[in-house]
Design a protein around this ligand. Structure first.
Ligand code: HEM
Length: 435
């Protein structure tokens, strides 16, 4: 048995650069550390000593969390607390379960059927709009669109273009500020912009909560207004607003990220567009029940999420002393689930860097229960996974009925930021043209 201090790590003068390397390219940084030190190593990010364990079995132990050995709340607090506090990821144990059950109302079959109809109309309009544009910088475009959809589906809102832009800007500033190294709201700093964004959203959503308290509807806000906490008290406006802000961020940012990555993959691997189009032609009046039959679209989406997972790593803190892979790790130690690392582990995936949706037909993802985890796992597994899958299938259906897509300048490499959410760094210009 080895002690915590024996876990390999860089000398102190090198750890000063870890945060910058992590922000620049988290998957690359973690892989370089693994190659240098082996599958268990320590690094220093945002001023915290962190132990990383790149192993599929340990990933399973942490995700399953059967003996409450880790805390998601403590793990995420450094990233989320000032800007996205009190969402589902900021809760543990029974408290988390209680809130999750209430939120689950918004994801039941009845709600999913209603979302299906809304998303269908939205994606048809989106495809028509894309057909009219000479070209489009895809990520900012789709981010506003997916946000508008989330506002409509979960909050029943239909904001004007100006309001939607201001909400979108607030979310962009807030998400960016979660990676700020200096977390004091100095005028016009990254963190200050995040704090201002949050104040704006509180303003917008406060009036919505007041409206829904007076006139409930069949949406997430009304469910939350109608619910009581563990002590039987009604949720406060603040609690409801925190849930809304977190869920809206989780809902639109990840789908905008994965749709951009998907467009990159199918413009680099053009024959997959024909395969999607052929599948689409077999379902001219797609129904909710037929969604499960869209296996080509599903595998293209799954493979995109494997290669470019929107959330590359999920932080946790050990609640208890544990022994993992021969090392004693004391309670209070920070760690993280390496989603990207598991998705690219050559022990389980053939040519992991290759875009090959057929690997899901062959069941390569079943080589180990924890090597394919774009939506996480265990108690905190993404609550919106089925909505995301439905959204992407309906968009592909609407687009490939009539269009094909290409990069405006394929010679220009597309660069990506990988934390906090994977997305194109600069312009990602696409052109949608008639098939
Ligand atoms: C491609 C799309 C998406 C991806 C890749 C994704 C990924 C994830 C991951 C990895 C987690 C777990 C994080 C952890 O364990 O630390 C998570 C949780 C969560 N996601 Fe998603 N997500 C997506 C779409 C959505 C959508 C559409 C919604 C809302 C409708 C949503 C709402 C949430 C919420 C509320 C949680 C917290 C669940 C809990 O703590 O119980 N996500 N997501």
């Amino acid at each position: 048995m080895k002690s915590y201090s024996e876990i390999p790590k860089d000398p102190i003068h090198q750890t000063w650069f870890h945060s910058l390397q992590f922000i620049k390219d988290a998957p690359l940084f973690l892989e370089q550390q693994r190659q240098k030190h082996g599958q268990v190593f320590r690094c220093r990010i945002f001023g915290f000593d962190i132990v990383r364990i790149q192993d599929a079995d340990v990933t399973g132990t942490i995700l399953k969390n059967s003996h409450e050995i880790v805390s998601a709340e403590k793990g995420w607090e450094v990233v989320l607390d000032d800007i996205f506090p009190n969402g589902l990821l900021s809760k543990d144990g029974k408290h988390h379960l209680f809130h999750r059950r209430i939120m689950q109302h918004a994801f039941k079959k009845e709600a999913m059927l209603a979302y299906f109809e809304e998303i269908k109309v939205w994606s048809e309009a989106l495809a028509s709009d894309l057909a009219l544009k000479p070209s489009v910088d895809f990520f900012p475009y789709i981010k506003v669109q997916t946000l508008n959809l989330a506002l409509k589906l979960f909050l029943g809102l239909d904001p004007s273009e100006a309001v939607s832009k201001s909400i979108s800007k607030a979310f962009i500033d807030m998400v960016e500020s979660t990676m700020a190294l200096v977390r004091i709201p100095m005028l016009n700093s990254k963190f200050h912009r995040g704090v201002k964004g949050r104040a704006h959203l509180i303003d917008v959503f406060s009036s919505l909560v007041k409206q829904r308290r007076k006139q409930p509807r069949n949406d997430l806000v009304s469910f939350l207004c109608d619910s009581t906490d563990e002590d039987g008290n009604q949720f406060s406006d603040e609690q409801i607003i925190d849930h809304i802000i977190f869920t809206m961020m989780a809902a639109h940012d990840t789908t905008a990220s994965s749709l951009s990555s998907l467009m990159l993959q199918i413009t680099d691997n053009i024959h997959w567009q024909d395969k999607i189009a052929e599948e689409v032609s077999r379902f001219p009046n797609l129904s909710y029940e037929q969604l499960k039959d869209l296996t080509v679209s599903e595998n293209v989406f799954k493979e995109t999420l494997r290669i470019m997972p929107p959330v590359v790593t999920a932080p946790r803190v050990f609640f208890k002393d544990v022994n993992l892979l021969g090392y004693d790790i004391p309670a209070g130690t920070r760690t993280g689930i390496n989603i990207y690392g598991n998705h690219h582990d050559p022990r389980y995936w053939n040519s992991p860097e290759k875009f090959d949706p057929t690997r899901f037909e062959r069941g390569e993802d079943k080589n180990h229960p924890n090597i394919y985890i774009p939506f996480g796992g265990g108690a905190h597994k993404c609550i919106g996974m089925h909505v995301a899958m439905m959204e992407v299938k309906l968009i592909l259906n609407a687009i490939f009925k009539q269009l094909r897509v290409e990069q405006v300048d394929p010679s220009q490499p597309v660069l990506f930021k990988k934390v906090p959410i994977w997305h194109p760094k600069g312009k990602f210009e696409l052109k949608f043209k008639s098939a």
